[in-house]
Design a protein around this ligand. Sequence first.
Ligand SMILES: Nc1ncnc2c1ncn2[C@@H]1O[C@H](COP(=O)(O)OP(=O)(O)OP(=O)(O)O)[C@@H](O)[C@H]1O
Length: 862
Amino acid sequence: MGRLATVYGQAVACHRQAVRRWEAVRRALAAAGPVAPGSPELVARLARLGAELAEPAPDAARPATNPVPVRLGEATTLDGGFPVLVPLAGGTHLAVDADARDPRVGELLRAVVVRLLAALPAGTVRVAGIDPAAFGAAFLPLRPLHDAGVLAPAATTAAEITALLDEAERHARTAQRAARDDQELLLVVVASAPPPRELARLAALTHAGPAAAVCVLFAGYPAAGPGDPPPPLGATTQLRLNDRYVLVGDPPGQRFSADGSGLAAPVLLDVDPSHATVTGLARQLGAATRQATAVTFTDLLPARRWAESSGDGLRTVLGRAGRQLQLGASDAAPRSGAAPAAVGREPVTVAFDDATPHWLVGGRTGAGKTVFLLDVLYGLAARYSPAELQLYLLDFKEGVSFTEFVPTERDPSWLPHARAVGIESDREYGVAVLRELRAELTRRATLLKKHGVTKLADLPPNARPPRIVTVVDEFHVLFAGNDALARQAVDLLEELARKGRSYGLHLVLASQSTTGIEALYGRAETIFGQFPLRVALPGGGGVLDPVNDAARALPVGTAVVNHAGGAAGADTEVRFPDAHAARAELAALRHELFQARPAGSPPPVVFRGYETPRLADDPGWAGLGPDADPPLALLGRTVDVVGSGAAVRLDPAPGRHLAVVGTAAAGADVLRSATLSLARQHAPGTARFLLAPLASGTTERADDLAMTLAAAGHPVRRLDAPALRAQLAELAAGPAPEAARTYLVVFGMDAASGALAAADPETFRSGHDDLRAVLRQGPAHGVHLLGWWRGLRRLGEDLGGTQNRDDVACLVALNVSGADLGLHLGVHDLTYTPRDGRALLVDRHDQRTDLIVPFVGDGDEW
Ligand SMILES: Nc1ncnc2c1ncn2[C@@H]1O[C@H](COP(=O)(O)OP(=O)(O)OP(=O)(O)O)[C@@H](O)[C@H]1O
């Protein structure tokens, strides 16, 4: 009795704290009274209790390496009972000779798991179960812990047990190497013994010592008998079950007995923890773990801004490894054969360097592609100064992906790294950007040659240009159509992908789908072969190898990052923060970087596909002044990287006239912009404007234009069809003596065909003869025609056949088909798809064909 009393005293003194904390849980739950599990009141009480439990206890500072006292049951003596506690974790383990098919053992395992989890700080323990004998039945009552992400689904098959042991051994090795204070404890709960090989691996884990941060609860550990003895266990308290009681062996380091016989009193094991206990604990742990492992935007940012060099590549943190916890979410379960789902905290870093020069990103719409790209772009922009990194950002969809990087009325700041930003871009704009990048490639090749090196990384730092990252969102649009433009895009992309690595030009291609890109047929492998880094967002498994299903059932906010071109087995699951939810932080960072921009750095050139430019806002308009030689007719903005003005010069060469073609009402706007810009380049009285509104609905426009011109001091005359006919005859006869310049502006030239067709009874000349004479000789005398034809056929007829097509050298095509236009111009590979707000500007003398966004006029110009 005396010896028992001593043991009891020691045990109580040693384990008082654990009891106190466990009792706190019990009291709180008892106090909950009839409150239903899961009710808000119970949750609130448990939250308070959680806060209490979360305070680090002195003996639990390093739960992985310090043993924790855990109660098993009650020892019975003639005088009554006392609690029996044994050390667990900190390199100590527990073994029972019966497995969990004996209900008492199952209850014991569950009680010990719950107590260990309750006694240690939330988020420091992960539990993995093994149960080949009963398909994991022993763990079913602990299901809430599984939903909380603390307990992995039990390994029951040989493959799952092997995978779990691989993971446990990896965990042990990593923990031993890292020796971190906040090392997570892996609690391996064996409900029934696995086959001998796996048994030996489990036994080895019990010898790994405290630094391995593994604790094994081993039920069904075979008793020594005839034949091969079971592998010996290290630092393990062994329990032996008899009919009613359990006999507790000496715990490691705290012997109950001098002779190794263990506790001298039989013990009645504790029963199952109640469902309310398990649920309450799971809620606490789930919330705490989610909070501890949540990825925030701040996690992506470096300690110091612009402190990194891009010499050998660009790197940024994308998020943290592992999958975010989802309470009750079935997709938190690991795929078969995979290691237990882990909610990691390790930051995941990605790079643009020799190994992963380009990235391919896939994800269905709404999968978080924009958020992912924003995370990457802000992460890079915070690490590298604009002298180290430049960005070209191209978005082909209707959306707002990159709008926050460009100045707006509400926020005039911009991201100083951004050089060109395309929002709702046209394919032509995309090709223009790729062309600009290819030109940069050539410039860099020359630079490298000059320094006698072959890679950007080998240039001396003071001669090294910034790395350029080009992001193309919804890039498949670029290749839609299988036309000449798509072929150009493929050629450019292939060259950039192949050579970009050495020259510091990096591509990120993001898309909902990489299949069905016709223009890539046959070249997809060569091109995408240059994209070793694959990022699969939910629904984006297409960027991985067809047999790699790592991206199956990914939740939003997670991605699979694969460094091996999508090959199975090279996947890291990563959680990235929701940039949309961190608007204020993003804006603060952008403003900080904007303030730090180098003096004189220009804003990015922005192409907004949806925007209609106004003549009055155009820098070219503001720069116009009288006596320009030759005068320019401003028409709109070219769809190119720098957003240059689209204009034609009206010099004295034959054919310097403008034909606007198509039925779209925008034709009148184009004539108006051209006329007003020309008028601005003449002092009052030095040019006259002859306006002929022949097409229906144009009279008002012409009147309005006439008033504006007259107000600016220019002589203006209105012409109807017969007057036009007469005027052409006059102009064809020779230059007008009273005006240096004559601009004949005809709204609906085709409407004059009847009047022009008739021949003069005296001279036998038709109006068409006069028109053709004016087209050829007019410019030399300062006479230029600005005409709007509503069809190509009429234009051809008025010119007298395609052989005379050079008589009008400048053409703005609106809604005319690309094929008809090609025929009219005699150009066989012309690519033009008519659409609202776009036109094709052709200048035959300059051999220029540009997609333009024509100006719209709103009367505000003067
Ligand atoms: N890491 C994340 N965590 C939580 N929610 C996220 C995360 N990333 C994205 N989301 C949410 O998913 C939704 C879609 O995100 P996002 O706009 O980036 O998708 P997308 O793939 O660009 O869609 P679309 O192609 O249709 O524009 C948003 O409501 C966003 O808040």
